[in-house]
Design a protein around this ligand. Structure first.
Ligand SMILES: C=C(O[C@@H]1C=C(C(=O)O)C=C[C@H]1O)C(=O)O
Length: 254
């Protein structure tokens, strides 16, 4: 189950359950990175000279999001578009998602910083230099990475909601005084973060190994660098998840 949106009716709004979803999403993210790393950088995708508004990758992401919006993707409160302006209406009858979040949470969209770190900082570390011309396939796998990362990071809204409900008396004073630093301290679990880093590194090792039919697993060669996967979480994914949590809590009493 990759849902962060817990089922209120069954009364299962627990931090453990949401953390299980975050753990499952690690698999998705690691596999997406492995898929993207098949292609070299393909820098032409990211240049602003293709006759579109912006780069080719922006064009592909914007158009894909428009199609997915018609299929109702952004009706799910866990989904946030990278280009939320002028999205078409869904053509399908909307599914009834349980209303778990405070309504102000809907306005939180961290996709701009996600886009920036992914393309400007992370991607050059993940892939080899070079251009093999597979622009559309490469952009599709960039989008898969971006959507998986975005979904995980925005699950911070649900994490924050549960933490608030579990301890309203602890959270209310710093929310009323809008103290970011106190909120950040309250919601941080260093031991959990350490497990996340270690598990993601191990998943990159296990999922990215060469699988052969004889028993010897090639110890040295992985499809992505396991330490880079851990660093992705350490430097960007977890800090931005916590940023979402803080932003959500700051609005929780509106
Ligand atoms: C998401 C949580 O909040 C924080 C962020 C974490 C993360 O992004 O993995 C882990 C622990 C917390 O410091 C959580 O408590 O599970």
């Amino acid at each position: 189950d990759v849902n962060c949106n817990p089922d209120l009716a069954s009364n299962k709004l627990s931090l453990d359950e949401i953390r299980d979803s975050l753990i499952r999403q690690e698999d998705t993210i690691v596999f997406c990175l492995i898929e993207r790393a098949k292609f070299p950088l393909n820098p032409k995708l990211y240049h602003r000279n293709h006759g579109f508004t912006g780069s080719l990758v922006e064009f592909i992401v914007r158009e894909t999001e428009a199609i997915q919006a018609k299929a109702g993707r952004y009706e799910n409160p866990e989904e946030n578009a990278f280009f939320p302006e002028h999205l078409p209406r869904p053509l399908v009858h909307p599914h009834k998602y349980p209303k778990v979040l405070h309504p102000s949470g809907a306005s939180i969209n961290m996709n701009k910083p996600i886009w920036d770190f992914y393309f400007n900082k992370f991607l050059p570390l993940l892939v080899a230099d070079g251009d093999d011309g597979n622009y559309a396939a490469t952009a599709a796998s960039d989008l898969a990475c971006l959507q998986a990362l975005s979904r995980r990071i925005h699950c911070g809204k649900y994490v924050a909601e549960v933490k608030f409900r579990d301890a309203p008396h602890e959270y209310e004073p710093p929310i009323r005084s809008q103290e970011r630093d106190s909120l950040m301290k309250l919601l941080t679990f260093e031991a959990v973060e350490e497990m996340v880093r270690k598990r993601v590194e191990k998943k990159a090792r296990v999922f990215g190994q060469e699988v052969t039919l004889n028993n010897t697993i090639d110890g040295g060669k992985y499809k992505i660098d396991p330490l880079l996967a851990a660093r992705l979480y350490d430097e960007w994914v977890m800090p931005l998840t916590k940023e979402v949590e803080v932003e959500y809590l700051l609005r929780r009493l509106e």
